[in-house]
Write a new protein. Structure first.
Length: 644
């Protein structure tokens, strides 16, 4: 019979050579139901005791070859691979799971695979990353090499075969964690390139992001750390096959990131990993999608979704869901040619990776048709249409995976609350009604009058604790609009002066860009607030409107936005509260609801007049705007004059 023994062992003349198959099938070997769970030494002992007697048999019994045989499909003691099992698909999609895993919404499942010598800093970085992500409400779990060998892999040693199986098991577990929506950080020496490549393939086959991070520190640095005393034991010959001493470590050839822990601090390493996981308008839409404002949309629209939206104003797959504006990613012909056929596309902002677009689909950007349907005009001077016409000739859609919460680092990120975070705030405040007010302009007392009146009406209807969501639009706006940071200062002054009740008001930023799309866009504004938990929405005159760039007349009929909202399909869980027209009452010296019977008492102060007064440093009529809030506007327009 042919021997299958321990590597490097030469058989002596007195040894009898037997095959593993004959040994394992020997009637003298107990048929153990938990045969697989036996420690390797116990398994070898059982085999040797069962073998026809020769003292040489035990010497010829080797660990690696036995393990290989036991794991093959030929073994007869519970090791045969099942042929009657079928993979069962989950009923819950990743997108749906991403809405409830963690508190930020959005699917972020991925694996960050840290590899390097013992003592390089894998565990330190892994636990620091886990702590950071969890503290920012992003679900994360760290799989540590030592910890795993105390449980799942405690029956594995450090032979080449056992190391291979160790990594295979971890890769499969990490894949499950990532599929559940967690950021899974693994910290394993994983010395062999083929094993790490296999781990990547396991994730790729499941359509999950996998990032190989090489924790690079010289052997000298690792030995100088030697917290566990392992290098000392390996040098003394007490540990055989120790990676870096008498077993090779194969450095990654093309890792996603290299962290030189001998040169960088833990925090510097952490920031580089976060950057691994992170242009302005497109990034705003990435934020909108990742935070769930366009739920159940999973990413930038593919052509089927795009056609549904521009023709029907709804997503139709899986039910009729109101979504009136296309959320698309334009690209150039050159980019399309370069990336067409790729399974995934990385999206970067200012040199940093922000997201991954999976299974991308490229299709023609029919700009004129899109503009005609979305805005009802193709006027090239319209500010957003101008950007569309100057943008790429192709659109790319696909499933979007954002690995790190998008931040603008402008001092306002604390106001950028996701729909789920807003819902939690409403719950914490014990709100029994939430009424939302969308705005892109400074708040004057006419706006405040509408919000105050809405609260009064809700209380009259029996609500005990109605809460106002003051929700300024925080994405792109045209050049002559007041910038977001100044608007936020102005809103804070309105609350400080008590024009609005701070105790029953939440101020947050809605991340969407402004499209100036009239009744079509106002449906988007309303449904996004509905997703965030609002059940009342205040709509005013000419919402999302703009003067025609050429005729200077209203591009949209001013009352149509409110009328359309009351009829729009899919907005049934939110009640529309129409604006009552407010104007300055010269008799009361305050903003008041306009009465046509007393029109001589009222003055309509246009935005143009308001800006003119602010530029000149003059005050508006008493009662038009809170004094501190007006002061903020004057400071803004004064700053423009200084800059010019």
């Amino acid at each position: 019979m042919q021997i299958s023994g321990r590597r490097g062992l030469e058989a002596g003349p007195a040894e009898r050579y037997v095959s593993w198959k004959s040994l394992l099938n020997s009637p003298r070997l107990p048929r153990l139901p938990n045969f697989r769970s036996l420690q390797l030494d116990s398994l070898i002992q059982a085999v040797c005791e069962a073998a026809p007697g020769s003292p040489g048999v035990q010497q010829s019994v080797g660990g690696d070859s036995l393990v290989r045989y036991v794991r093959s499909e030929k073994a007869s003691y519970g090791f045969n691979r099942s042929t009657n099992v079928v993979f069962q698909a989950h009923h819950v999609s990743r997108s749906k799971r991403g809405q409830v895993v963690g508190t930020r919404g959005g699917f972020r499942g991925c694996t960050i695979w840290l590899t390097g010598l013992s003592g390089a800093g894998k565990t330190t970085i892994s636990f620091a990353l886990e702590e950071f992500l969890v503290s920012h409400a992003i679900p994360c779990y760290s799989l540590d090499g030592d910890n795993i060998r105390h449980g799942l892999n405690k029956n594995l040693g450090f032979s080449a075969v056992d190391r291979e199986e160790n990594i295979r098991r971890i890769a499969e577990v990490a894949k499950l964690f990532a599929d559940a929506g967690l950021v899974c950080v693994t910290s394993f020496i994983s010395p062999f390139g083929k094993d790490r490549d296999e781990a990547r393939k396991i994730h790729a086959s499941a359509g999950l992001p996998f990032f190989e991070v090489f924790i690079h520190a010289s052997l000298e640095v690792c030995e100088s750390r030697d917290v566990k005393g392992l290098y000392k034991k390996a040098r003394a010959g007490e540990i055989k096959g120790f990676t870096g001493i008498d077993s090779e470590y194969e450095c990654p050839e093309a890792p996603d990131l290299v962290l030189k822990t001998g040169e960088l601090s833990v925090n510097e390493c952490l920031q580089q990993v976060l950057e691994l996981l992170k242009e302005q308008l497109d990034l705003q839409w990435v934020q909108v999608l990742s935070e769930g404002w366009a739920s159940p949309l999973k990413g930038f629209m593919r052509e089927r979704e795009f056609l549904q939206v521009i023709h029907f104003g709804n997503l139709l797959d899986g039910g009729t869901i109101n979504l009136s504006v296309p959320i698309v990613l334009p690209v150039s012909t050159e980019t399309k040619q370069e990336l067409d056929g790729c399974a995934a596309v990385a999206l970067e902002y200012q040199g940093s990776r922000v997201a991954i677009l999976r299974n991308p689909e490229f299709y023609q950007h029919r700009k004129e048709e899109r503009c005609a349907r979305q805005w009802g005009t193709t006027c090239a001077q319209h500010p957003y249409i101008k950007m569309v016409m100057e943008g790429g000739d192709w659109l790319v859609g696909g499933d979007l995976e954002v690995l790190e919460r998008i931040k603008w680092n402008d001092g306002l990120d604390q106001y950028r609350l996701t729909p789920q975070e807003l819902k939690q705030k409403f719950k914490d405040m014990k709100a029994d009604a939430v009424f939302a007010f969308q705005l892109r302009n400074p708040v004057h007392n006419g706006h405040a009058l509408l919000m105050q009146d809405t609260k009064r009406r809700l209380l009259k209807r029996g609500y005990k604790n109605p809460v106002l969501l003051l929700h300024p639009l925080g994405g792109w706006t045209k050049d002559d609009d007041v910038p977001l940071d100044w608007r936020m200062k102005q809103h804070a002054a309105v609350l400080e002066e008590g024009i609005l009740d701070p105790a029953s008001t939440i101020v947050a930023i809605f991340p969407s860009p402004m499209m100036y799309g009239g009744p079509t866009e106002v449906q988007w504004h309303c449904r996004a607030r509905m997703v965030a938990g609002a059940n009342f929405y205040i709509v005013g005159r000419d919402p999302a409107g703009i003067p025609h760039p050429e005729t200077k007349q209203d591009l949209y009929e001013p009352t149509h936005g409110g009328k359309v909202l009351t009829m729009a399909p899919g907005l049934t869980s939110v009640e529309i509260i129409p604006f009552r027209v407010a104007a300055y009452n010269k008799t009361k010296k305050a903003m008041d609801f306009f009465d046509p019977q007393r029109h001589a008492e009222f003055e309509f102060i246009s935005g143009t007049k308001m800006r003119s007064l602010a530029r000149s440093g003059d005050n508006p009529p008493d009662g038009f705007m809170a004094p501190k809030a007006w002061k903020v506007l004057v400071e803004y327009y004064t700053s423009l004059q200084k800059d010019s």
